[in-house]
Structures are given as structure tokens and as C-alpha cells.
Design a protein. Structure first.
Length: 119
């Protein structure tokens, strides 16, 4: 599976962004997927996961209630809706396929898309 993340940009605190993860190659619908982020000087952090069907989702407390992961298997695309963004959400965001929990095995990774939250 080849993954390509997009949708990053500059947004003011309190604003929203929706990231997309377009998949090609093997059947995307066979894989759970997740979103991660990495801020400068920090370790990579898991921010959301979704099952292959979209029926189950998982979020860490740091984003719960603000971020929503979803997918459209007919379009081979995953999404991350981010609301009420904070400066500390600034990071490069990556999508990955293979699991939906932080400790899972993610075999496929997309390139990152930069999200900057600043006034």
C-alpha cells in the first residue's frame, strides 16, 4: 500500500483542518490505519486509529474530543478532522496502515504533511 498524506497548513489557534491520506496499491480496506505526529525535537506520537471497516476508533487523551478519524474505503482514503487546534498540535502528521493502536505494527507509511498552529 502506498500512502500520501495531504491537507496540512497554517491555521490559527482554535481553528480546524482536515488531513487526507490517499492509498493506492493493495486493497486499502484490508488494513486498519492510524495517524501519528512528530513535533521538532520530540518523539513520534500516536494521535488516532481506525479499524479496517471504520467501526472502531481509538484516541489518546491528548486529542480525544478534538480529533476525529474516519475513512472512505470506496475512495481508498482516510481522514483526520482536527478541531480546536492548539499551538502544541504543531507537528508533521503521518498516516500509516496496518494497525489502529499505538503499539501496533504499521507496515506502510505515508510522507508527512506539516500542520502549524500559530497566530
Amino acid at each position: 500500500v502506498q500512502l500520501q498524506a495531504s491537507g496540512g497548513g497554517l491555521v490559527q489557534p482554535g481553528g480546524s483542518l482536515r488531513l487526507s491520506c490517499a492509498a493506492s496499491g493493495r486493497d486499502f480496506s484490508n488494513y486498519a490505519m492510524g495517524w501519528f505526529r512528530q513535533a521538532p525535537g520530540k518523539e513520534r506520537e500516536f494521535v488516532a486509529g481506525i479499524s479496517w471497516s471504520g467501526g472502531s476508533t481509538y484516541y489518546p487523551d491528548s486529542v480525544k474530543g478534538r480529533f476525529t478519524i474516519s475513512r472512505d474505503n470506496a475512495k481508498n482514503t482516510g481522514y483526520l478532522q482536527m478541531n480546536t487546534l492548539k499551538p502544541e498540535d504543531t507537528a508533521v502528521y503521518y498516516c500509516a496502515a496496518g494497525a489502529m493502536h499505538p503499539s501496533g505494527t504499521y507496515s506502510y507509511w505515508g510522507q508527512g504533511t506539516l500542520v502549524t498552529v500559530s497566530s
